[in-house]
Ligand binder design. Structure first.
Ligand code: GRG
Length: 317
């Protein structure tokens, strides 16, 4: 008699399939229109690869909540169809932030995702406008294409996307980052680094997880767990980013390494050293895994959220 064993969760195939799902839908939302050069510039930066981690977090959170609901015997909902417009909107906001971040007036970078940056191809003026276009298109897509979501929940999701992107989130974090960049004395402490990154990188990652749950009608306890997981994951993601800037190479990273040190940024590595940063990462990983297990966010059977957490921490680019 042959023993029936549960098939292993194939994370590599999962990543490929999810990336394709997100990219196909993004291509649909970004079909070239007039003025052609603006759309080409927006398409260039959104459809240029990227890990699609944020989009995957939204979909995984939506699926985790749907699995809980379906187990409870409530109405069956299709989490992917419900959360995919939001996942794409997040990738558009993320892409616009990279376009603006690479501009000469900010980080002045030539390389992104292994390709010339947007302004190197389209010029600074169009890169600026392509970023602006993407920011508003993201909100338009989210509002127009989110189906089967209560209007109050959708409004809350749009509000939180604005908050995660604006002065209390990404823009505020970027400004704090500028205030500390270039300072010779390493006066900044862990609280400063945490506060910069909580806005600049963390806010959109927290929103990615939270929004997947909110769109699926998650309860307050589930939303609080997703929010906390977002905090852990955002922090871990940024520590990894800071470590890769020191240990990675341009070919694998697809962007210029060594810039944090050269421009004297307030990073985890500068604040607590490479070993300190690795230690902090390992603590974040344990805390995240425990949270996922305790809050039953992986009830769907496939340990997706745990795998995504590990991916954000152990990635090479
Ligand atoms: C006007 C909304 C608005 C923003 C402008 C420029 C700016 C303010 C904020 C910068 C935000 C920024 C670039 C944060 C860095 C986040 C980060 C570590 C990006 C790299 O993310 P990955 O590794 O990239 O997920 P891929 O290419 O895989 O998508």
């Amino acid at each position: 008699m042959q023993l029936q064993t549960k098939p292993e969760f194939d994370f590599e195939s999962y990543l490929l399939a999810r990336r394709k799902l997100v990219e196909d839908r993004l291509a649909l939302y970004l079909v070239e229109q007039e003025p052609a050069r603006l759309w080409q510039s927006m398409r260039y930066s959104v459809l240029s690869g990227g890990k699609r981690l944020r989009a995957m977090l939204t979909l995984a959170a939506a699926e985790a909540i749907a699995a809980n609901k379906n187990i409870d015997g409530q109405q069956k909902l299709d989490p992917i169809e419900i959360a995919l417009p939001c996942a794409c909107a997040i990738e558009m906001v993320h892409a616009m932030s990279l376009v603006h971040d690479d501009l000469p007036c900010l980080d002045n970078d030539d390389l992104r995702r292994g390709k010339p940056t947007n302004h190197k191809v389209y010029g600074e003026a169009l890169a600026l406008l392509a970023g602006d276009g993407l920011l508003m298109l993201a909100n338009e897509i989210l509002i127009e294409h989110s189906k089967d979501v209560a209007a109050t929940d959708l409004l809350a999701v749009v509000r939180e996307l604005c908050r995660a992107t604006g002065p209390s989130g990404m823009v505020g974090g970027q400004v704090k980052d500028m205030e500390f960049t270039g300072s010779d004395d390493t006066k900044f402490d862990i609280a400063t680094v945490e506060s910069i990154h909580s806005g600049k990188t963390g806010a959109l990652i927290r929103f990615s997880l939270w929004s997947g749950g909110k769109l699926m009608g998650a309860n307050e306890t589930q939303l609080a767990s997703l929010y906390r997981l977002g905090e852990i994951l955002g922090l871990a993601f940024q520590i990894t980013d800071d470590l890769l800037d020191v240990t990675g190479d341009a070919k694998t990273l697809g962007k210029t390494p060594g810039k944090d040190e050269a421009t004297k940024k307030a990073t985890w590595v500068r604040a607590i050293g490479i070993d300190g940063a690795r230690q902090k990462l390992s603590e974040m990983e344990s805390e995240g895994i425990t949270l996922i297990e305790k809050s039953a966010l992986d009830i769907s059977g496939a340990p997706v959220l745990k795998a995504l957490l590990k991916y954000a921490i152990h990635r090479q680019k």
